[in-house]
Design a binder for this molecule. Structure first.
Ligand code: DGY
Length: 320
């Protein structure tokens, strides 16, 4: 029996590409070039399924124009906001994602954002690299202590829950808002807030872990930032779309927020230049899942989903 043909849009870990070579006719992208929509459609002409990342945008128009032989879009990502799921359903294309496997890596990175923003990590590092470290005094590079502070988490799914667990290691007091309340065991002592009105005023640190949905777009806007305590610290490792970036910049400039840590942005990778001008902003380039272990696991999970689809079974992580 001939192997299904698979378009792999980006360079994947060697172990993952080896498994693809064994089980599929892989159409690879060894130069790791970002394809345009036209190229995506053209290269899909030879494939039965696509294994893309969040960097490829499957708008309704792109999905409509995909060849009819495409059976599945098996994402190498947990987020699926780059795919128009309704359009995929209408065209009978199965869409899957890779939950669970990037939870630890993303929660780890959230702690890095919290610590890096609070303790002015990139500012200090830049100073040393520029050869400008020439003093020490009690007033030098003073940041915000993390230990024992209140952490508000918006979105208490897998990543939110592990972030809470890691933050407890810093004796942080956990408060959260989620569409539905967790059971007691999963809550593990965290305080549930049915809405943001009560969560925000006590969040000395605020971590965003909600997906990008129409109802979460610009969720952290000027009005909500104003309800945080003065000197609060905000971190986002979810999606850039959930933060109103103008409002965030204003609050960092005015001192309403002491600092922020971002791994995700509205316009990646061409982020707005004024982000880089702010010393109290700790910036990372969307690397939440970027560990060797996690990237292998994401690839294997995407392939498990494809294997199920081509075996005529229901894939574990179907989202459309
Ligand atoms: C995800 O999996 O959604 C990460 O943001 C990487 O794409």
């Amino acid at each position: 029996m001939s192997k299904p043909s698979l378009l792999i849009t980006r360079k994947l870990p060697a172990n993952v590409e080896a498994r693809i070579q064994r089980d599929y006719e892989g159409i690879f992208n060894p130069e790791d070039r970002l394809y345009s929509s036209e190229e995506l459609i053209e290269y899909s002409g030879r494939a039965d399924a696509i294994l893309p990342c969040h960097t490829e945008h499957f708008s309704a128009d792109v999905i409509r124009r995909l060849p009819d032989r495409i059976r599945a879009i098996a994402n190498f990502s947990v987020g699926v906001d780059h795919c128009d799921l309704d359009a995929a359903r209408q065209k009978g294309i199965v869409v899957t994602n890779t939950p669970d496997v990037l939870t630890d890596a993303t929660a780890e990175l959230t702690m890095l954002l919290i610590l890096g923003a609070a303790r002015r990590a990139s500012e200090g590092e830049r100073l040393i690299r520029a050869g400008q470290w020439n003093t020490w005094s009690p007033a030098f590079m003073v940041g915000t202590q993390v230990t024992g502070k209140r952490l508000g988490i918006i979105g208490m799914g897998r990543v939110g829950q592990v972030t809470a667990r890691r933050a407890r290691g810093f004796d942080m007091e956990i408060h959260y808002h989620n569409r539905r309340r967790l059971d007691r065991a999963a809550e593990n002592g965290a305080t549930y807030h049915e809405n943001l009105d009560t969560l925000l005023p006590l969040s000395e640190f605020l971590a965003l872990h909600c997906p990008n949905l129409p109802e979460t777009h610009d969720l952290l806007n000027a009005e909500r930032i104003n309800r945080l305590p003065d000197g609060a610290i905000v971190v986002n490792s979810a999606r850039g779309a959930v933060v109103d970036e103008d409002a965030l910049i204003d609050a960092l400039k005015s001192g309403k927020l002491a600092a922020a840590g971002l791994d995700v942005y509205k316009n990646e990778p061409a982020i707005r230049p004024d982000f880089a001008e702010l010393d109290n902003l700790f910036l990372l380039p969307h690397v939440g899942s970027a560990t060797r272990e996690t990237r292998d696991a994401m690839g294997f999970r995407a392939l498990d989903n494809l294997d199920a689809i081509f075996a005529g079974e229901e894939p574990k992580d179907r989202v459309a």
